[in-house]
Design a protein around this ligand. Structure first.
Ligand code: NAD
Length: 511
C-alpha cells in the first residue's frame, strides 16, 4: 500500500486545485499548503485542496456580510423559487455527482446517490419556507393591542462538514440557512470536497446571488477563523466529538449560536421474538454499509436472551458481503476513506483481540482483485465484548460490529443508557409492548423500531442527543428554522381618535 503525503505541494502538482467561492467568483487560493483528494480504492490523487489563507476567509465572510444587506430583504417567493430550481438541478445531475462522490469518498454508487438524495429532500423541504418561517399572531392582547412574532434571519452563518456525507450534510446546512434570508460560508471536508463543490456550482446556477453562498477550504486554522470571526452569527458543525466540542466551545465563547452534531456508538437491541431474517439483514446492512462510516451505523448489536443464538447466522451473513471498489457493480462494502483511517480501524481490531474479545469474523486480511492499494477492511465481528474494551468505548468508524449478550430488555436498555453517546439506536421485536417500553425508556435521540438507521426525513429534524450533540436545535426541519432565525416579538397599538385618550399609564400592565 502506498502511503499518501499529508501535503500534496509539489508531489501532485499535476492534479487540479479546488477553487474557493467568494462573492460569486471561483477563486484560485493563494495558499501555500494543499491536501490531496485521494481515491480510496486506487490512491489516485484527484485534486489538491488549498488550506485557505486568513485573508481569503475574511474576504468570504466580508462578501457574505455585504450580501446579507440585500438578501435579507429578498421576498420569500424569490428565495424559495431558487430552491425550486435547485432541487430540479440536483435531481438532473445526481448520477454525475454520485460518480464524483464515489471516486473521492469510496462509497458505492447506489449509496452515493442515496447521499445526494437525502440532501435533495432537505432542498425540497426548503421550498416550503413560506409556511416554515411564519411567525405567530395574537389579536387584542389588550384593548387595541396586538402581538406578533417575526422570524428574522440572523446574518452570516458558517457550516463545517465531515467526510462521510459530502452531499447530504452540506445540503443539511446552506439551503435552509439561505432560504431563511441568511448568507453562508461553507467549509467542506478537505478529504472529499469535489462532490460538495459540484452541488455548490448547481446552487449558483439555480440563482443563488453573489456573496450569499461562499466556500473556503481548509482544516483547523480555517475552522478556528470561522469560529472566532466577529461577523459570523451562527456555526453549524457536523463531525467527530473532539472537533465538535472544540468548535462548540470556541464559537460559543465568541458569542455565536452553535450546533454540533458529533460522534456515535449506535446500539441495535434484538429481542428473540424479532423477525429473524429481516433483523439479520438490517444489522448487517447497517453495520457494514458504507464500510461503517456513518454516524448512524449500527456498531453494537445487543442480543437479548435466546437471540444470542443468532450470532453464527449474523456472522455467516456478514461473510457473504462483497468487499470492493464503490464503482464496481455488486460491491457491498467499500474502502474506508484513507490509509490513516484504515490503520486506525486495524489498530482497534488488534486492540479488541488483545483485550480478550472473540474475533468471530476477521476482515483484516481482505484482498480485492484489481485494487491492491485500496483501503479495504472486510466485515469484522467481535463477540464476548465487555463495555471496558476499546472496541466498545471508542467510535471505530469502520466495518466492525461488536456483539454483546444480555438476559433481558431491561438490561439492554440500561446498557444503552450507560453509553455516553446518544445519536441513534434501534429495537428489533414483534412485540408492540416491548417496542413502546424501549422508545419510552431509552435515552437516545433517534430511535428505530425494526428500522436500523432511523435518520428522520426533513419534515422532522435530526435529533441526536447526549454525547452526540451540543446545542439545543438540530440540523434541518423545523428546528433549524429556529436555529437560523431570531424571533422578534412586536406589540402594537393602532388607535383611532375615539380610543386615544386613556390617560397616563405608570404601570407595566397593558391597558
Ligand atoms: P472531523 O471532526 O475529523 O472533521 C469534521 C470537520 O472538522 C472537517 O471539515 C475538518 O476539516 C474539520 N476539522 C478536523 N480537525 C479539526 C481540528 N482539529 N480543528 C478544527 N477543525 C477540524 O470528522 P470526520 O472524520 O470528517 O467525520 C467523521 C465523524 O463525523 C464521525 O465521528 C461521525 O460520527 C461524525 N458524524 C456525525 C454526524 C451527526 O449527525 N451526528 C453525521 C456525520 C458524521
Amino acid at each position: 500500500m502506498s502511503a499518501q503525503p499529508t501535503t500534496a505541494t509539489g508531489a501532485s502538482a499535476a492534479a487540479p486545485t479546488v477553487k474557493l467561492l467568494i462573492n460569486g467568483e471561483w477563486v484560485e487560493s493563494a495558499a501555500t499548503e494543499f491536501r490531496p483528494v485521494v481515491n480510496p480504492a486506487t490512491q489516485e490523487i484527484l485534486a489538491r485542496v488549498p488550506l485557505a489563507t486568513a485573508a481569503e476567509v475574511d474576504a468570504a465572510v466580508g462578501a457574505a456580510q455585504r450580501a446579507f444587506a440585500t438578501w435579507r430583504h429578498t421576498p420569500l417567493g424569490a428565495r424559495l423559487r431558487i430552491m425550486l430550481r435547485y432541487q430540479a438541478l440536483i435531481r438532473e445531475h445526481s448520477k454525475r455527482i454520485a460518480a464524483i462522490l464515489t471516486a473521492e469518498q469510496g462509497k458505492t454508487l447506489a449509496d452515493a446517490e442515496g447521499d445526494i438524495f437525502r440532501g435533495l429532500e432537505v432542498v425540497e423541504h426548503a421550498c416550503s419556507i413560506g409556511t416554515l418561517q411564519q411567525g405567530g399572531f395574537a389579536e387584542n392582547v389588550a384593548a387595541t393591542v396586538d402581538t406578533y412574532t417575526l422570524q428574522q434571519p440572523i446574518g452570516v452563518c458558517a457550516g463545517i462538514t465531515p467526510f462521510n456525507f459530502p452531499a447530504m450534510i452540506p445540503l443539511w446546512m446552506f439551503p435552509m440557512a439561505i432560504v431563511c434570508g441568511n448568507t453562508f460560508v461553507l467549509k467542506p471536508s478537505e478529504q472529499d470536497p469535489l462532490s460538495t463543490m459540484e452541488l455548490v456550482r448547481l446552487a449558483v446556477e439555480a440563482g443563488v446571488p453573489a456573496g450569499v453562498l461562499n466556500v473556503v477550504h481548509g482544516a483547523r486554522e480555517v475552522v478556528d477563523a470561522l469560529c472566532t470571526h466577529p461577523d459570523i452569527k451562527a456555526v453549524s458543525f457536523v463531525g467527530s466529538t473532539a472537533v465538535g466540542t472544540h468548535v462548540y466551545n470556541l464559537a460559543g465563547a465568541h458569542g455565536k449560536r452553535v450546533q454540533s452534531m458529533m460522534g456515535a456508538k449506535n446500539h441495535a437491541v434484538v429481542l428473540p421474538d424479532a423477525h429473524r431474517e429481516h433483523t439479520l439483514n438490517a444489522l448487517v446492512g447497517a453495520a457494514f454499509g458504507a464500510a461503517g462510516q456513518r454516524c448512524m451505523a449500527t456498531s453494537v448489536a445487543v442480543l437479548v436472551g435466546a437471540a444470542r443464538d443468532w450470532l453464527p447466522d449474523l456472522v455467516a451473513k456478514a461473510r457473504t458481503l462483497k468487499v470492493g471498489a464503490g464503482s464496481e457493480p455488486g460491491t457491498d462494502v467499500c474502502p474506508v476513506v484513507s490509509v490513516a483511517a484504515k490503520q486506525r480501524v486495524l489498530g482497534l481490531i488488534d486492540a479488541g483481540v488483545r483485550e480478550g474479545a472473540t474475533l468471530a469474523l476477521d476482515g483484516r486480511e481482505v484482498q480485492v482483485p484489481g485494487y491492491p492499494d485500496g483501503n479495504f477492511v472486510g466485515p469484522t465481528v467481535f463477540a464476548d465484548v465487555t463495555t471496558d474494551m476499546s472496541i466498545y468505548t471508542q467510535e471505530i468508524f469502520g466495518p466492525v460490529l461488536v456483539v454483546i449478550g444480555v438476559d433481558t430488555l431491561d438490561e439492554a436498555i440500561a446498557l444503552v443508557n450507560r453509553n455516553p453517546f446518544g445519536n441513534g439506536t434501534g429495537v428489533f421485536t414483534q412485540s408492540g409492548a416491548a417496542a413502546r417500553k424501549f422508545q419510552s425508556e431509552i435515552d437516545v435521540g433517534q430511535v428505530g423500531i425494526n428500522i436500523p438507521i432511523p435518520v428522520p426525513v426533513p419534515y422532522f429534524s435530526f435529533t441526536g442527543s447526549r454525547g452526540s450533540k451540543l446545542g439545543d436545535l438540530g440540523p434541518y426541519g423545523k428546528q433549524v428554522v429556529q436555529f437560523y432565525t431570531q424571533t422578534k416579538t412586536v406589540t402594537a397599538r393602532w388607535f383611532d381618535d375615539a380610543t386615544v385618550n386613556d390617560g397616563v399609564n405608570t404601570t407595566i400592565s397593558l391597558r
